[in-house]
Design a protein around this ligand. Sequence first.
Ligand SMILES: [Fe+2]
Length: 318
Amino acid sequence: MNTYERMCRDLEKLKTQGRFLYPSAGTPIEADPQAKLTFAVWGDPQIAAWSPLRAARLYSACEDIARMSRPLDALILAGDLTDNGQAAEFKMLQALLCSHASGFQNLLCVSGNHDVRLRSFFRQRRIFAEFVEGIPGGIAGNRRVYYHKAVLCGYTFLLLGTDRSTFEEAYISSAQLQWLDAQLAQTARDSVVFVVNHQTLKNTNGLPDTWLGKGDWRGTVGRQSDALRAVIEKYRNVFLITGHLHYGASASSFEDCGTFKSLSAPTIGVVNHGQTDAPTQGYVVQVYDDHIRLRARVFGEGRYLPDDLPGADITVAL
Ligand SMILES: [Fe+2]
């Protein structure tokens, strides 16, 4: 029995033991027809060969979006798709997403440190691209680098990713910074542009406290955080989306950083830190001409977090 077959067997065992969570049908996600774009953001599925529970959580979350009367325009995975970058872990996530692909029209994924660490950079890039390409609606970019661009419903998404096999931070090469700058120069003056990166910028979204306070660079892009921020804050309409922190919806999840906005998505697959620690959390994002609405949702339970909870229901003026 290979690793993937063992993962399938372990997942099936959880199912027969009645340990799968099924989202309640009471409060389905309704895409507002007035919205120009509706997507969900999930951080860190971190599917692990050793943890069938994470795959079970993904299954539950996928059930929630597959029940929508109209599919999301996009599902966005903000990195750390796997725990160890193993081909079998990618294959499990691919199978879960493929079997629920009626829930989204497009799939955008960025890589995280767990997807690349301690492995050959180019081999991992190929595995990652093949993973995305194998899912209906998956937009993979080219196979040489992780960073690429997608345009959905007229909105630009710039997907960033490390240019080296790093352990915890991201190495954003000067070529990638120049590419980002050029892309933003073309698009960010007219309308909002979504930039997706796994790690958060230094001193934003509650850091360092939201990384449990261990050093001011941990939980961030790392040494190039300032250089990346300098490019992003040259423009007025950047909406940055990140994961990595495994921190439940809170007052820190969204931050207006002046020239740009920053949303830190909780983990969908692992237990979250913070007061709102339920797994399977993420955000439903609805984009209108003059504002964006962000709603924190426990996808695996099929419910939004209560509106009065900090970070649960945020309206961002554009
Ligand atoms: Fe991470």
